[in-house]
Design a protein around this ligand. Structure first.
Ligand code: SF4
Ligand code: SF4
Ligand code: SF4
Length: 317
């Protein structure tokens, strides 16, 4: 059992036994190590189901929304990005701080099933070698691959491993890397408009409009998503390229100043669409134009919820 698993269980056991909360939202083992599940625990005897996973690109803040209109007090395991989503939800009055107990985790980074699949193909079994490598077996054979090579782009780029809001923190602090973490997006920007268009067109051609990305995201939380509205109908169902483009672009715009780059959407996508290309570009624009990063400052209002006369607006004719 990892130290983080032990520390999370200890904190969760304490708050559940003391009746500070009614339930804890955390991670549990799935049917294989790459298929982490989320778990809702309301009995002390079930606490040992909680784990700290290697493949845990699930944003647990998403599941707080189930308790938006209930009286429950909730404990939640929150890595850096989850804690930023909690801040974003608090800012939008989606949840009450006084009904939360946040077990913050200094997150060492997660591994991605999507990245693993891209590197070796469809995986039958995965085994943690315990030496910084994973043994992945496919129909073609077995490969060993290092943890670093299994990290998703958002964790490589992450500058907020520590929770920004919490009631207790577990795990050793992580030294934040230099730079702002957007080198990959700046590199993409170097391509010509035609090359970028072609890349995005090819990527979006894989989208099957299943909306798993939407369901995985805590800030995709409109009561009725624009794609489900029929009067007026904003966009056709189906995968005609224009409709997919409208779906993807509007989803991305709706995330402006709200996306915390947790990678849960991209990890959930059954078609392996590189959604973070769009959201990370959007996050960079919001950062450069408005000096804002979603959920980093619990006191700051997001750009779409505030207005300053000096905001750049040269695009308004
Ligand atoms: S984005 Fe940061 S906080 Fe979130 S899982 Fe990756 S390393 Fe951890
Ligand atoms: S859009 Fe994706 S990366 Fe951004 S907060 Fe939602 S799930 Fe996380
Ligand atoms: S999860 Fe993937 S395939 Fe499904 S709607 Fe989102 S991008 Fe498209």
């Amino acid at each position: 059992m990892s130290n983080l698993t032990e520390a999370i269980r200890e904190q969760a056991r304490k708050i559940l036994a003391d009746k500070k909360i009614d339930l804890v939202i955390g991670y549990a083992e799935g049917d294989n190590p790459m298929r982490t599940q989320l778990v809702f625990i309301d009995k002390v005897e079930d606490i040992d189901k909680l784990v700290w996973p290697s493949f845990g690109l699930i944003n647990l803040a998403n599941y707080l929304l189930r308790y938006k209109n209930t009286p429950h007090k909730i404990g939640i395991v929150a890595k850096g990005c989850d804690s930023r989503s909690i801040v974003a939800l608090l800012k939008e009055n989606q949840i009450d701080r006084d009904r939360l107990y946040i077990i913050g985790v200094n997150c060492p980074g997660m591994l991605s099933r999507q990245v693993a699949r891209e590197k070796v193909g469809e995986i039958i079994t995965a085994e943690d070698k315990g030496d910084g490598n994973w043994k992945l077996t496919t129909v073609e054979g077995t490969k060993e691959i290092s943890c670093f090579d299994l990290m998703p782009s958002n964790c490589v780029a992450c500058r907020h491993h520590a929770p920004v809001i919490s009631d207790v923190i577990v795990g050793d602090p992580v030294t934040e890397p230099e730079g702002d973490g957007y080198d990959d997006i700046r590199e993409f920007e170097q391509k010509s408009p035609a090359e970028r268009h072609e890349c995005l067109k090819q990527e979006m051609a894989n989208c099957i409009r299943c909306y798993a990305c939407r369901q995985a995201c805590p800030t995709c939380n409109c009561d009725e998503c624009f794609v489900d509205v029929t009067q007026p109908k904003w966009v056709d169902k189906g995968v005609e390229p224009t409709d997919v483009a409208i779906w993807q672009l509007i989803r991305t715009y709706h995330q402006a100043g709200r996306c915390v780059d947790c990678g849960a959407c991209e990890e959930a996508c059954p078609a392996g669409v590189k959604l973070l290309w769009l959201t990370r570009k959007m996050n960079l624009v919001v950062r450069e134009r408005f000096g804002f990063e979603a959920g980093v400052d619990p006191e700051a209002l997001p750009p779409l919820a505030t207005y300053k006369k000096e905001d750049p607006q040269e695009f308004i004719l």
